[in-house]
Write a protein that binds this ligand. Structure first.
Ligand SMILES: Nc1ncnc2c1ncn2[C@@H]1O[C@H](COP(=O)(O)OP(=O)(O)O)[C@@H](O)[C@H]1O
Ligand SMILES: [Mg+2]
Length: 425
């Protein structure tokens, strides 16, 4: 006779195979999103845990906690919210809105929230959706139900791509644009444990491979030269892992050919990356041609890195003016002044630099050849080389500003549209 535990397991398995029929077959692989669940019962926690083990969820990061909405509020008071929060609650419909208000206060914009309740109540359902909750399910829920909801939220062809693209470009060559792109991409992955793909778009001379001490056989060249077969599976094969949540699309950095691209050469790659990964950092070389212009025009955010001399100022001004024309409805680029206070070099002061541009720099980074040189030579980030270095503050500021994650979290009071800020814009 089977003991209780193994008979439960057998039951689980037969459920799993039962569900593995049509409903599950229809689900495509879930992108690299983070999902955290706060449950109140084993009956809800278990199908979530099982979904997490499904091959279609292998790229997603799933954590299941107990404690329901209360535990979620405590947790997110001090931690960033994931792409998706799943909350189980036994609370009566009348009390639920008040409880969820506490969550809205600590939830980052852009996170989606799914509630699993124990009341089959259409008024409650409508009310929650109106307030920005993505879905309300009534327990018990099956693994297939859950996968279908996650797929609907993150795979729907009509849904916005989950990934945001951040392009980093120098006002001149050698100003530290790549260094800052790499450090900010790394910081985002560490600070928010969110997945980041970093694309080194400087095919002949890219340095991301050196800065992360990687030597992958494939990378961005395969992605652009086989753009017609680009999809999430192909992209996955070209990525090399640099840290827990950071993958690199490395440049070949060899000169056996020249690299001339059409304006759209990188579009398939960027769109695929955006469909599968929350953050796509683009290390754009300092050149001006059809493809760099099109990449910059379309990025969600642009960071211009400059050093404090006249040529940088003129180039930054031209870049900002040109981008303003091609992106009339976007925020202006962010500006970082780098390699400041280099000994014996005459420099334009940050204020004099910023005034004609009409953009306050988001960060000022001193010239520090010892630390930046050591980091580059050892294939480490600045934070790994000198954890107290002042530049890290700028990397963090950029990480917060670009991702729209405020710091620190301050509870906000709001009116009817409690969850408006949970809703994706
Ligand atoms: N703040 C800094 N202080 C000293 N050296 C720096 C600083 N920022 C970058 N560097 C160095 O400048 C060089 C050029 O940086 P890189 O990121 O390749 O520039 P870009 O991508 O703009 O051409 C690298 O050797 C890098 O280590
Ligand atoms: Mg560069």
């Amino acid at each position: 006779m089977m003991d209780r535990h193994s008979s439960e397991l057998a039951q689980d398995r037969s459920d799993a195979f039962g569900e593995a029929s049509e409903a599950m077959d229809a689900v495509r692989p879930i992108p690299r999103i983070s999902i955290q669940a706060f449950c109140e019962s084993e009956g809800v926690a278990r199908p979530i845990e099982r979904a997490a083990e499904d091959r279609r969820m292998s790229k997603a990061h799933v954590r299941v906690h107990m404690g329901g909405i209360r535990a979620a509020i405590d947790h997110y008071a001090s931690a960033p919210t994931p792409n998706l929060v799943i909350l189980e609650t036994r609370m009566a419909p009348a009390d639920l809105a008040g409880e969820l208000e506490g969550l809205a206060d600590v939830c980052d914009p852009g996170s989606k929230v799914v509630v699993i309740g124990h009341h089959n109540d259409i008024t409650l359902y409508r009310d929650l959706l109106r307030r920005g909750i993505s879905e309300y399910l009534v327990a018990p829920v099956s693994m297939a139900d859950l996968m279908a909801v996650v797929a609907g939220l993150f795979l729907d062809a009509q849904a916005q791509p989950i990934g945001r693209t951040f392009a980093f470009v120098g006002a001149k060559g050698g100003v530290g644009s790549s260094t800052i792109a790499h450090n900010v991409a790394w910081s985002i992955s560490k600070l928010f444990t969110t997945d980041v793909v970093l694309a080194d778009m400087d095919l002949p001379f890219g340095t991301a491979n050196i800065n992360f001490d990687q030597d992958p056989a494939q990378g961005i060249a395969e992605a652009v030269y086989s753009a017609d077969r680009m999809d999430d599976v192909f992209l996955d094969r070209l990525l090399s892992k640099c840290a827990d949540h950071l993958s690199l699309l490395a440049a070949p950095s060899i000169l056996d050919r020249t690299y001339d691209f059409e304006a759209e050469a990188f579009s398939a790659l960027i769109e695929t990356a955006q469909r599968t990964t929350p953050v796509v950092a683009l290390d754009v070389p300092h050149v001006w041609n059809d493809w760099t212009r099109s990449v910059l025009s379309r990025a969600d955010e642009i960071v211009i890195i400059a050093t404090p001399d006249l040529a940088n100022l003129r180039n930054a001004k031209n870049l900002i003016d040109t981008l303003k024309k091609s992106r009339p409805n976007d925020k202006p680029p962010r500006l970082v002044l780098n390699q400041l206070a280099m000994p014996k070099r005459p420099e334009i002061s940050p204020q004099e630099f910023a005034d004609p541009l009409g953009i306050e720099p988001i960060g000022l980074i001193a010239f520090d050849p010892a630390v930046f040189g050591a980091a580059a030579n050892n294939g480490r980030m600045i934070a790994e080389t000198d954890p107290k270095h002042a530049a890290i503050e700028t990397f963090h500021q950029l990480a917060h500003a670009l991702t729209g994650r405020g710091e620190p979290k301050k509870p906000k009071k709001s009116g009817l549209d409690l969850f408006g800020r949970l809703r994706r814009k």
